[in-house]
Design a protein around this ligand. Sequence first.
Ligand SMILES: O=C(O)CCC(=O)C(=O)O
Length: 495
Amino acid sequence: MASTAPDASQDQESIKNSSIKFRSVKTLAESPELTSIPSSYTFTTNPDDELVTDPDDDDPIPVIDYSLLFIGTPDQRAKTIRDIGRACEQWGFFMLINHCVPKSLMEKLVDQVFAFFNLKEEEKQEYAGSKNVTDPIRYGTSFNPSMDKVKFWRDFIKIIVHPEFHSPDKPPGFRDTCAEYCRKTRKLGRELLKGISESLGLEADYIDRTMNLDHGLQMIAANLYSPCPQPELAMGMPPHSDHGLLNLLIQNGVCGLQVLHNNRWINVTSTPNCFVVLVSDHLEIVSNGKYKSVVHRAVVSNKATRISVATVVAPSMDTVVEPASELIDNETNPAAYVGMRHKDYMELQRTNHLYGKSVLNQVKLMGVTDMLISPHGAQLTNMFLMERNSSVMELYPKGWLKLAGVGQYVYRWIASWSGMNHEGSWRDPNGDHCPYPEDDRRCMPLFKNGRIGYDEKHFADWSRRVLADITTRKIHQASTINTTLPPSTAHCACN
Ligand SMILES: O=C(O)CCC(=O)C(=O)O
């Protein structure tokens, strides 16, 4: 008979009384009485998009021979660059063979990662509890721990290894192996990005230079997926895409990685001595959407322990990542993403529920958002992502203005500093009654929690008018641009 999962409240109690900050999946999976997973780990997939297959012989996963970038003939090199471009565009990832990282080093790193996860829980938990994406070493469980509603069957350690190198000191040898591996993968990532720059028609060092890779962020994320008694109910990592430019992934010979390709989940094998190179969100942004960051996930099994180690090659934390100006044409191919500092993007990921490309889509969407309608005080940060000509409208619940102080001007200030249009504020005349005078602070929670927009008709009429004004303005702008352009810019140089 199936026994139940260990009692969660008992477990929380023992965690509270020790130096342990969370219960790892490894601890849970190794508890002898476990035959089913706790309900907090039950992940529901949508059966409609659950087509999982192995790669098709007619449409195989692209394989890139790295050595041809260096020792091939000029024709072989040019073809390899074209192949890399096609893989980034059509698949968002490729397998990399004949690279410069010794097989023995890859294996040694995986062994060291395994040894780290095999340390006593107390030793690992020295690195637990961090909430900050810039903390140099983070040991944790699940996927995006502060936001996950369902827990994921995964333990991880994330280590920032560049611009400053960090490493846990245990197990013995971990630091040296990690340092050597990071040096080699760093070189590999930068060389690949040169090929990728060229494949976009940019100078070879374009990405390296503009993303400030001399000071770029490099991070190792090592994942442990312990055997799971009900793999069909749990998930190691949900569908997501990664921050950064590239993710160089290695595995311990156990499969579990799946990528989304043409609306199907494709199983990616774990091939020895081979990197899975995943296009990440910032490469999609730089290429203005030509190259697609790949949505991928990790499934779990009830048979074997799986380890994967991702090396994230990313812009420096302060780099504002935006589409390469060389790839933009305001008329035919306008910038599709707003520029954002890498650091802020990571924070946006940490504080959002991540699913598929939810965060990247937000960055994309805000770049083309025409109007933000905001209850006062909410969504202020979205204004930083919106384009100059967009509009903002504010809603105040009844009475709120009496308590707003200078806060009532914040939207107007930001709008005027950034060239946005402020379309006015609506102070709802209806709403909750406050038993105190309206400028009494005890009214604040009442007003702020009150429903805004009792007068739906007024709100709808107002929004309709502003939207119509925006449409008229945009049409006017578009026609002005067209008529003020020279008749044919392509011929200017010849003339
Ligand atoms: O374990 C895996 O194969 C997936 C790792 C992953 O999703 C990632 O590194 O972003």
